[in-house]
Design a protein around this ligand. Structure first.
Ligand code: GDP
Length: 295
């Protein structure tokens, strides 16, 4: 995970580590390397530039030039700033409401259905919730079947209405069904398309208005870097979602989406997906991720 970024940052600090004393030129060189590492990770130029400016200010403010161990201090400052960049404190999921309605949004292939299963499993096993999964992709029967397979794997009921082409109605009926069967969480998996289009946005927006979810999560493939950030912006403009789920982090060597998305949409990353298995879900902790990136 984010190996390329880790390697490049490690190299950036190489000049400073092992130096008892350093010059402003050493600091400037290191920051240039840090900026280059961020750009290579597919972080946008403005964010990378702001990041290094803030680190520079803090480094000079904390007298990095005269400290005994400048390398360590710089790594700490960068770690703190990476944590801030990824959202600061970890933000949990809102489980208020009876039932709690969680709406999943995102493009086709982002990992929505897989994540819906993972979240159902997480809430069932870690929070002792009775969960109902709902298939609202009325265009692809394969998607409903996939959700059924996932539901079976984690032992969670899947609600679907074969032949009904109205996802708003399905979602509303599912909530009624959840109430009558004692479920306290409803996870609604919706139809995604390969790219952002008006029809998909209209549909998800209609479902959103009709069911008034406690949590709307936007699911995105972390490996798509800046595209992930642009898609997040498009969905957020329509849904004003509550949090981001970054999937496929296990295959992401760069980390650009994780580092940029919070600054662009100002919404927290709540969960990450780290594999295809139902257990490969983690609550996102910006500080732990920064720690991991810097080793
Ligand atoms: P959807 O179209 O958004 O519902 O996406 P799917 O849930 O069908 O996922 C698309 C593909 O990505 C599937 O092959 C999943 O197994 C895979 N996938 C989903 N999440 C992850 C993850 O966190 N890591 C990896 N490596 N693969 C994932």
């Amino acid at each position: 995970m984010f190996n390329n970024l880790s390697d490049k940052l490690d190299k950036a600090f190489h000049v400073l580590k092992g130096h008892g004393s350093i010059t402003e030129i050493n600091v400037a060189e290191t920051l240039k390397e840090v900026r280059r590492a961020l750009l290579d990770a597919d972080v946008n130029f403005k964010i990378a530039k702001n990041f290094t400016s803030t680190v520079k200010e803090k480094a000079l403010g904390q007298d990095v030039l005269t400290t005994l161990n400048p390398g360590q201090l710089m790594v700490k400052i960068v770690k703190d700033e990476l944590t801030e960049l990824m959202g600061g404190d970890s933000v949990g999921i809102n489980l208020k409401g009876s039932p709690t309605v969680i709406l999943m949004s995102g493009l086709q292939g982002s990992g929505k259905t897989t994540f819906s299963g993972k979240l159902a499993n997480f809430l069932k096993t870690k929070k002792s919730k009775q969960v109902l999964l709902v298939g609202c992709d009325v265009y692809r029967p394969a998607a409903i079947n996939q959700l059924k397979v996932v539901g079976e794997q984690v032992g969670v009921e899947v609600y679907a209405e074969e032949g009904n082409m109205n996802p708003v109605e399905i979602a509303q009926n599912a909530i009624k069904h959840a109430k009558s069967t004692g479920k306290n969480v409803v996870i609604i998996d919706t139809a995604g398309r390969l790219a952002v289009d008006e029809e998909m946005m209209k549909e998800i927006s209609n479902i959103h208005k009709a069911v008034e979810p406690q949590e709307t999560l936007f699911v995105v493939d972390s490996m798509t870097g800046q595209d992930a950030v642009n898609t997040a912006k498009a969905f957020n403009d329509i849904l004003n979602f509550d949090g981001v789920v970054l999937t496929k982090l296990d295959g992401d060597t760069r980390g650009g989406a994780a580092l940029s998305i919070k600054s662009v949409v100002n919404k927290p990353i709540k969960f990450i997906g780290t594999g295809e298995k139902m257990e490969a879900i983690d609550v996102f902790h910006p500080d732990r991720m920064a720690e991991r990136i810097l080793g």
